[in-house]
Design a protein around this ligand. Structure first.
Ligand SMILES: *Cc1c(COP(=O)(O)O)cnc(C)c1O
Length: 360
């Protein structure tokens, strides 16, 4: 019988804490579509300050935040956005920018550290003289931390360079900052500095920060008023949203400080798993709370079997691709849980090696 559960499928599996639930229960609320909810106003003001922008907007999810941001920047159909080939917007958001917004994605190669080469971005910008046959480039999107690369962080220097390039060509810059607080903690740079070159930036409250729902978009006052209208258009206006925003405020007060520990646990996990035969982890690339494990071709076990056998021991992981396992740390996983998970990996791998020997 499994008595223990270590859920590393994502940091979205975090459950609201007691203090969050208590704050939600007593939150002052009103109709936010009419602009009357005081708790929403408080959270939005606080996030605008943290993210270094004039204004901010609470929306239901990170997907909605990216969709609204891209569509607000690209109000003319046939606009084009330049973004990484493995960016969350391209891979995991149902192609919403195209299917709903009529915005064309122009993908650029992602490097292993999540960056795109500046010269490749520049080459992807359309020549305005060819507007008769080409879409019009209006926006560049970055992602920090970068999910596909295993939570690696974009530096201030890199982001500023992309910002300069955007300015030079009269383009906007959006940062999908779903995990920008992780990047901020890992780099030791305030969120507003990481977002300085961007015209808009998002931050998820419902990942490592542990709130039950919500993502914040931050930008100029005029950008956010347009975004607010689009949120309503998409059916994303929530009346007494202060109940959710109250959890977001607690997340800021209590959970940002816990991210450092998640990163520490991710490094321990990576280091310990890299010692297990048949599993490969590049511990040096673990910068935040995500660990990718490669199951070697000659391993005694497939990634699917590994996932199932771990599950039987109460250790939950995800499988983002062939021979790949993904582990995401969050504040509801302790260092002790990490050691338990490592011992399960060892048992499963060693057990299957013994089985192989027995067969031989
Ligand atoms: C999780 C995530 C999103 C989307 O957030 P949801 O709230 O799940 O819609 C967007 N971008 C990145 C990089 C993410 O990791």
């Amino acid at each position: 019988m499994v008595t223990r559960s270590v859920d590393m499928r994502s940091d979205t599996v975090t459950k609201p804490t007691e203090t969050m639930r208590a704050a939600m229960a007593i939150a002052e609320v009103d109709d936010d579509i009419l602009g009357l909810d005081p708790t929403a106003a408080q959270l939005e003001a606080e996030m605008a300050r943290i993210m270094g922008k004039e204004a901010a907007l609470f929306v239901a999810s990170g997907t909605m935040a990216n969709l609204i941001s891209v569509l607000t920047h690209c109000q003319i159909r046939g606009s084009e956005v330049i973004l990484g080939e493995y960016s969350h917007i391209v891979i995991y958001e149902n192609g919403g920018i195209s299917t709903i917004g009529g915005v064309h994605p122009r993908t650029v190669k992602n490097n292993e550290d999540g960056t795109m080469d500046i010269d490749l971005i520049e080459k992807a910008i359309r020549d305005p003289n060819l507007a008769i046959c080409c879409p019009t480039t209006r926006l560049i999107c970055l992602e920090n931390s970068n999910a596909h690369s295993g939570g690696r962080c974009l530096s201030v220097e890199y982001t500023d360079k992309v910002g300069e390039l955007a300015k030079k060509h009269g383009l906007m810059l959006h940062i999908d900052g779903s995990r920008i607080f992780n990047a901020s903690v890992a780099l030791g740079v305030p969120v507003h500095r990481l977002a300085q070159a961007a015209d808009s930036v998002t931050a998820c409250l419902s990942k490592g920060l542990g709130a039950p729902a919500g993502t914040i978009i931050a930008g100029s006052k005029s950008f956010i008023s347009k975004a607010r209208i689009l949120r309503k258009t998409l059916g994303g206006g929530i009346r007494q949203v202060g109940i959710l925003c109250a959890a977001g405020l607690v997340a800021l007060q209590e959970n940002v400080a816990k991210l450092e520990n998640d990163h520490k646990n991710a490094k321990i996990l990576a280091k310990e798993i890299s010692k297990i035969k048949g599993l490969k982890v590049d511990a040096a690339t673990v910068e935040t709370n995500i660990v990718f494990v490669e199951v070697s071709k000659d391993s005694s076990i497939t990634e699917r079997e590994l996932l199932e056998m771990l599950k039987a021991r109460g250790v939950y992981v995800s499988q983002p691709g062939p021979r790949k396992i993904r582990l995401v740390l969050h504040h509801q996983i302790s260092e002790d849980d990490v050691h338990y998970a490592v011992s399960c990996f060892q048992k499963v791998i060693n057990g299957s090696q013994l089985e192989m020997l027995a067969i031989e």
